[in-house]
Every structure is written in C-alpha cells, then in structure tokens.
Design a protein around this ligand. Structure first.
Ligand code: AQP
Length: 332
C-alpha cells in the first residue's frame, strides 16, 4: 500500500472548516487504501509565542478532533511530533542543506514576519519549512495531503530530498503533493478572497468546528456575498457564493452543478439557510464526539503512544540511514 503522511498544528482551540476540508477530510479518505501517518505538529507551534498550558490542552483537543473526524487509530498511526526526537534531528540536517536565500523565498515566512516585523520573528519561524521537510521525508511517503497554502513548503521538501539524494546517496523518496482542487483553499466568509485562517481579521469569517452550532449557523447566514441574486459558481465575480458552493459540495458530496440547478430562481437567502443546516448537521455530532473523547485523556495518551511506537520504527530507520550517509560515526 502506498504511504501517506501529513501533520496539523495544535495552535487553536478548534480546527476550522478550512483545516477539515483542505486536509483532514482527505486523511480520513486515504487511510483505507494507504499506510497512513498523521501527526500533531506541536514543535511547529513553538515558532510563534505560545502559552504552555494552552499548548498542552490544545494538543489533546487536536487529537480528539482527528479521531472525531474519523481518523482511525486501527488503520492510521496518530502521534505527536515531539514524541519522536527524529523529527528535530533530521530538521537540523535539512537546515544544513538549505540555502539562506532559498529559505527567505518562502511566502508564508514573508507574510507572517511582515505582520510582526521581521525582527520580532523567531529563527524557528524561518526554519519551519526545513522541519516540515524532515517531518515528511522521515516517512518516505508517496503522497502528502495538504491545502494549497502548503504547496510551496512541499516543493521545498521535494527539492531537499533530491538534493540530499544527489549529494550523498539515495535516501529519501521525493513525495507528491495530494491537493484536491475543489477544497484546496476554503475562503474567509467575510473576506472571500482571503483563505480561511485562524489568524483572520474577524471571527465571523471562520467556521470553528467546536463553536456552538447556533453561532456557526449565524456566520453562514451572514456570509458576505454579492449584489446579484443567482446562485452560480464564478470565482472571479462571485467569490463569496463560489466559496459557499464549494463548502456545500464538499460536505454533502453533491456536485456544484446539481446544487446550482437546485437553487435556480430561489435567491441567496434559501441557499445560505440550507447550507447553514448542512454545516450544523456536520459540526453538531463532530463537537459531541470531540468533547466525549476529551473526557478520557488516558485513552488519548494510549492512542498517541501506540501511534508514536508505529511511527518510530519507520522514522528511526530513515534517520539512521541519513546519518550513515552523511558520514556521522554512530555510537557502538
Ligand atoms: N483555508 C484553508 N483551506 C484549505 N486548507 C487549509 N489548511 C489551512 N487553512 C486552509 C490546511 O490545513 C492543514 C493544517 O494546517 P496547519 O496546521 O499548518 O495550520 P495553518 O495552515 O497554520 O492554519 P491556518 O488557520 O491557516 O493558520 P495561520 O493563520 O497561522 O496561517 C494544512 O494542510 C493546511 O494546508
């Protein structure tokens, strides 16, 4: 079975619909036919200032949400990044084969550092894509399911894999991105040309999966649209409606054409009202499952330990190969 790997940060109190539709939904779908490794990227969340108590809690909330979404520990290894020191170790190696200018070209670093001023950004934020390359390459996956915003980082991971293989000896598999066109980028409900993101300017633009479903329904009904009345997919002229159509389609499995046909002559009010019901029907059981899972942290610890043990067998072998090829003398 081909192998897949992906990660998600534990940086918010809840995942948002962009994280779910862009990434986690694919994780769930892929686990049937693939050998799957999914991790909570807690080391990545140290790249910006954080509260230790919140990080600890959010790591469990992240694990519970992955399980509630349908990631199945019987079929996938679910683990916490920091439980495997191999990630940080190979991360260092990746930093050593990355050019400074190459790292500077990463648009996410440019955007994030521009917000706080480059001087206020940590070296960790700068080095994040190299740690991400290590996260991936350790598992030699065929595919990496992510949202569009991670495409550039994935491209760097591919370059680093090829560079290492060429300079030393073939060690890493060059992974392919797995980015579904329809859900690659879910947009902010209030600013539908900007991606839905936890650092959005208004909370009304983000659907947090663990919010009160009533709040969520209201956000959908007040999503920014345009001054026309016809429900039609046209990203350029109707980004708000097109985003809502994409969400409707992804959550129900109905094609955009069929949804458009359903709402001919019915206006935005009907469409948004029914989409609100679709989203509420999804988030209500999701939230209940997540909260129930959080009641038993010992069980979450057990699942994460089991996932880490499975991951370690793969990661430690790859790291040993990499160290050997780099000429590092191993302890006897
Ligand atoms: N809006 C989105 N549409 C589709 N996919 C998305 N992802 C994130 N936002 C969208 C995908 O979710 C996965 C986990 O992402 P992460 O842990 O790196 O979180 P993030 O990208 O930091 O999440 P945010 O909310 O976008 O945070 P900020 O505001 O910090 O940029 C990834 O596969 C990502 O592509």
């Amino acid at each position: 079975r081909p192998r897949v790997l992906s990660g998600i940060q534990p940086t918010a109190d809840s995942y948002h619909l962009g994280n779910f539709l862009g990434a986690v939904k694919q994780w769930v779908a892929l686990q049937d036919e693939h050998e799957s490794f999914y991790f909570i990227a807690d080391l990545h969340s140290l790249t910006v200032e954080h509260d230790p108590k919140l990080l600890r809690e959010r790591t469990y909330v992240a694990a519970a949400q992955l399980l509630a979404a349908g990631v199945d520990p019987a079929r996938s290894a679910i683990f916490v990044q920091s439980h495997l020191p191999e990630h940080a170790e190979l991360g260092w190696v990746m930093q050593c084969i990355t050019g400074f200018g190459e790292a500077r070209r990463m648009t996410q670093f440019k955007d994030k550092s521009a917000k706080g001023g480059e001087g206020a950004s940590s070296v960790g934020l700068f080095a994040y894509p190299m740690l991400m390359a290590a996260d991936i390459l350790l598992y030699r996956p065929a595919y990496v399911p992510v949202g569009e915003d991670q495409r550039q980082h994935l491209e760097l991971s591919r370059d680093l894999a090829q560079r290492f293989n060429h300079r030393f000896k073939k060690t890493f598999r060059v992974p392919e991105p797995y980015i579904l066109k329809e859900t690659a980028k879910i947009y902010d409900l209030q600013e539908p040309t900007v991606k839905m993101s936890k650092s959005a300017s208004s909370p009304n633009g983000i659907i947090n999966l663990l919010d009160d479903p009533k709040v969520t329904a209201k956000k959908i009904r007040s999503a920014v649209t345009d001054s026309e009345t016809d429900v039609r997919f046209d990203v350029e002229h109707k980004p708000g409606i097109s985003n809502l159509l994409g969400i409707y389609s992804a959550l129900t499995g109905t094609s955009i054409d069929d949804i458009v046909a359903k709402y001919v002559g019915r206006g935005y009010g009907d469409f948004k009202g029914e989409l609100a019901d679709v989203v509420v029907d999804f988030v209500t059981p999701f939230r209940e499952k997540t909260l129930a899972l959080l009641d038993d942290k010992a069980e979450l610890d057990r699942i994460l330990a089991e996932g880490a043990a499975t991951a370690r067998t793969v990661a430690s072998a790859t790291l040993a190969d990499a160290y050997e090829r780099l000429g590092l003398v191993r302890p006897t």
